[in-house]
Design a protein around this ligand. Sequence first.
Ligand SMILES: NC(=O)c1ccc[n+]([C@@H]2O[C@H](COP(=O)([O-])OP(=O)(O)OC[C@H]3O[C@@H](n4cnc5c(N)ncnc54)[C@H](OP(=O)(O)O)[C@@H]3O)[C@@H](O)[C@H]2O)c1
Length: 388
Amino acid sequence: MASNTVPETMAAMVLTGHGGIDKLEYREDWPTPQPGPGEVLVKVTATAKNNTDRKAREGLYPVKDKGDTVSFQVGGTATFTFPRIQGADVAGRVAAVGEGVDPARIGERGLLDFNLYADHRRDINLTPDYYGHGADGGFAEYIAVPSDQFHAVDNPGLADAELAAMGMCSYQTGLHMLNAAGVTSGERVLVTGASGGVGTAMIQLCRVMGAIPYALSQRDKADALLELGAEAVLDRSDMQDFADKVRAVTNDQPIDAVMDLAGGDMTDRFIDTMIFDMKRRSTYPRLSIAGASAGNVSEIMWTRIYLYQVQIFGVSHGTREEAEQLVAWIRSGQLRPVLHAAFPLSRLHEAERYFVERGNNYLGKIVIVPDAEWQEHGAPFGLQQDAE
Ligand SMILES: NC(=O)c1ccc[n+]([C@@H]2O[C@H](COP(=O)([O-])OP(=O)(O)OC[C@H]3O[C@@H](n4cnc5c(N)ncnc54)[C@H](OP(=O)(O)O)[C@@H]3O)[C@@H](O)[C@H]2O)c1
């Protein structure tokens, strides 16, 4: 192993079991991982929080029985075992390289493609597990990852915390939702959960791809979403006659594809926006589903799906090709971060509470910075009282 000086132990937020935030223990004596063959050891400077951290901790990924308390078992066996360090969207610097990796990479700044890919295929990802779930993630000072999944991004104007906020859990999922539905330039796309990590990513991605994003969100977030690129913002607190409200902003045209992160009772209303007059369409209605913020069970009449030929796509994460495309767009400055605030790693409990109880006007990502890196990488993005 070639390296800068790497200590034997590190600070880490260790999850000890399923449950509340009391299951997250801050340790300063955790063994520093070693990079294996083909891996780099990354000194973490910022890791973005995602909904999945809380959902996995609480065991909210049922796939068989509605009441199951489990984390997902995409490869057939449970990979979310304890102790586990969570945190999927990691930015940092290469501190050491394993066998077979060019030592010239030491010092490189980059962003992790968070997937634990089952094989080397670039165009498909059938068992989407990830760092922070099936292997240790970035709520720590160091993480060991495959060298070809740590992508160099050296844009001088982009801070490490901002780079983490553009992590793959949001951006790659958003891109895969759009690609799965075959969204093309000029199409009208309804983006739900628009102020969240995936939603803000998708608004930008639609614009990069030439599609027209209509955001479903809340009134007090409308200005920020319009500024980000939304064509119009619809209010999710008033879903009555929703298709009419959409028609009023689309010049009476149907939505071509819906990106559904909400689920629950809302999905049926989303379908209305695509099928109110099939003669106005030139493609099949398409529904990509990747989240369930409004509820995990939706009641939809089967006849509506097959008579209107609604194509439904379940989406988890994305592919190596999509990660590389996103990094290319980040490097060329076509995407920008939507960073809400940074918290020090030792205060992850507080960040979790803040994330769950967030109020109005909240947009984008929370990023966690190791305490030793706080002054340089976290403080400029701390909440106002922290930055002082
Ligand atoms: N399948 C995957 O691979 C994958 C990957 C990432 C995330 N996800 C899932 O996708 C969803 C969004 O993730 P995220 O990271 O963007 O989360 P997030 O940052 O927490 O954003 C979620 C957004 O959903 C909206 N929302 C919250 N409660 C809602 C409700 N009751 N009804 C309707 N909308 C509601 C809010 O936006 P507005 O206030 O703007 O409406 C909120 O900002 C989550 O369910 C997450 O678990 C799945």
